[in-house]
Design a protein around this ligand. Structure first.
Ligand code: G3I
Length: 485
């Protein structure tokens, strides 16, 4: 059966903008669910990665695991922050054709249905890759393997025709020195396996964009030049190829200085380019200095894409560090994504919004009624830890409330005063408002309960200051004073 989606795939800037406008309504309503909202008298001005990227005509994508959509925070962030989804694993060969000729689209269809129901573009990943291949593929000889390659491509592309806008047709076909990777496809079929894949995909869906995707190709180097030469060759010989994906699995402090120039040289060949799997790993644990560097690195990647008109956008390889592929592949490394293990956005979040040219959400001028209906804990039944990292005029604060009482708190409102004129510009995992110096943070819809005997919740905010940025010295939880840690 062919997958037909109401959110038809979009091509080109005009179509992307139309999807963005549809999404604006979703953002306005979803933002109040708490992923990145400074709730005010009006919700219309809430800035998210998506609204900021839409305004620049770029996609902002995320690698999605449909099995996580049942988690409220995961779902809320996916709903609100992104305009494009790519299945992290659900459309790979082992997931879709575990037995030769028997296709299982359950997980891929879940991602497609999610994209359709939330007005997001769907990016297909990946048709032919040497990794995550089912065992039966390794038993095939050259002719049978080529037939299997073509059958796999034809079945997937046909099934998702009308839903997938672009495909990673071939993934990771080259070595770092620019030679062909000696994969089963290369060794048993020969050099033609790549063009056979592209030609077969085009025949199955003449309108989907067809991309080649790889890692360690973000700089101008032997590997990216091999792909550059392949694009030139394909174009000269009339082999279909529309786009090149740059995975950008980066290391802290190592964004290539020639990333923009590299993207531009491919664009100049007449193909689209895209950052397809962005994450920036560091040695763990993270600290404020590393997170500040990471924020600057994320911003650099965004800036490079913005500078290249054929750069379609940026896809981040997951939401929370909890589910990132990095720690299991690189022991001792991690913290590579934009949301931490508590779903709090890191400094990278604000840096991406700023790089996209997003203005902070205005501070509301009137104080709305908090949505929570608090159950006051006993006096002295709470503690608050307030930490912040700052730059010249702004800061990101993380606030943890711990309930030390014997009863759970259901519905919470934390209040404090800023001692040196700070203003909150954005908040997440809470419904936060400010009136003069007084800040009122109430629970979001999904985190109303603080368990008894040491349960805690964490939320965060960005703010602006001038001169000094002194931390608050006292907090009340549902009207009762808390210890300050
Ligand atoms: O689903 C099974 C589960 O049933 C089983 O219990 C478990 C035990 O290990 O494995 C689960 O499958 C894992 C799968 O992710 C889903 O979580 C695989 O072992 C694991 O190898 C697989 O890792 C994926 C990896 O590609 C495979 O090489 C990562 O999630 C995924 O992020 C990663 O993504 C790749 C891109 O596709 C291509 N570029 C590089 C990028 C990072 O490696």
């Amino acid at each position: 059966m062919t997958m037909r989606s109401p959110a038809r795939r979009t091509h080109g800037r005009a179509a992307r903008t139309a999807v963005g406008m549809i999404a604006a309504g979703l953002v306005a309503s979803a933002a109040l669910a708490g992923s990145a909202a400074l709730a005010g008298a009006s919700s219309a001005a809430t800035m998210t990665l998506r609204t900021a990227a839409d305004a620049r005509g770029k996609d902002i994508g995320v690698a999605l695991d449909p099995n996580r959509l049942g988690e409220t925070a995961y779902r809320s962030i996916a709903d609100t922050e992104f305009s494009l989804v790519v299945p992290e694993n659900a459309m790979k060969w082992d997931a879709t054709e575990p037995t030769q000729g028997t296709f299982t689209y359950t997980a891929g269809d879940q991602v497609a249905a999610y994209a359709s129901s939330t007005g997001k573009e769907l990016y297909g990943h990946t048709l032919v890759w040497h990794s995550q291949l089912p065992g039966w593929v390794s038993n095939l000889d050259g002719a049978a393997l080529l037939a299997a390659e073509k059958s796999h491509i034809t079945n997937l592309v046909t099934h998702f025709s009308g839903a997938v806008s672009s495909w990673d047709v071939v993934n990771e076909a080259f070595n770092d020195d620019g030679s062909r990777r000696q994969s089963i496809f290369q060794t048993k079929i020969g050099d033609s396996w790549i063009e056979q894949a592209f030609t077969t995909a085009r025949a199955a869906d003449p309108t989907a964009k067809l991309c080649i995707n790889d890692y360690s190709t973000d700089a101008i180097n032997a590997k990216s030049t091999a792909i550059y030469n392949l694009v030139k060759d394909f174009t000269a010989r009339g082999i279909p190829i529309d786009c090149v994906g740059f995975q950008a699995h980066l290391i802290l402090g190592q964004v290539p200085g020639d990333l923009q120039a590299n993207l531009q040289r491919f664009a100049d060949l007449g193909v689209d380019v895209r950052i397809t799997e962005l994450d920036i790993r560091m040695s763990t644990p993270s600290d404020a200095t590393k997170l500040a560097t990471q924020a600057a690195n994320y911003a650099s990647v965004v800036t490079a894409c913005l500078a290249v008109s054929r750069c379609q956008g940026i896809t981040i390889w997951g939401i929370t560090d909890t589910y990132s592929w990095v720690p299991s592949t690189f022991p001792g490394q991690g913290a590579a994504l934009v949301w931490d293990e508590s779903y709090s956005p890191k400094p990278a979040y604000a840096a991406i919004v700023a790089a996209l040219g997003g203005a902070p959400t205005p501070t509301p001028s009137v104080t709305p009624t908090p949505t929570a209906s608090p159950t006051a804990p006993p006096a002295s039944g709470c503690s608050v830890r307030y930490t912040s990292t700052q730059w010249n005029t702004g800061f990101t604060a993380s606030i943890t409330i711990t309930n030390t009482a014997a009863s759970p708190v259901t519905g919470w409102v934390l209040r404090w005063a800023y001692p040196s004129g700070q203003t909150v510009t954005q908040a997440w995992s809470s419904v936060t408002t400010q009136s003069g110096a007084i800040v009122t943070a109430a629970n979001a819809a999904w985190n109303p309960t603080i368990a008894a005997h040491g349960g805690s919740v964490q939320f965060g905010l960005n703010g602006a200051y001038s001169g000094t940025n002194a931390a608050p010295t006292s907090f009340t939880l549902n009207g009762a004073a808390c210890a300050v840690l």
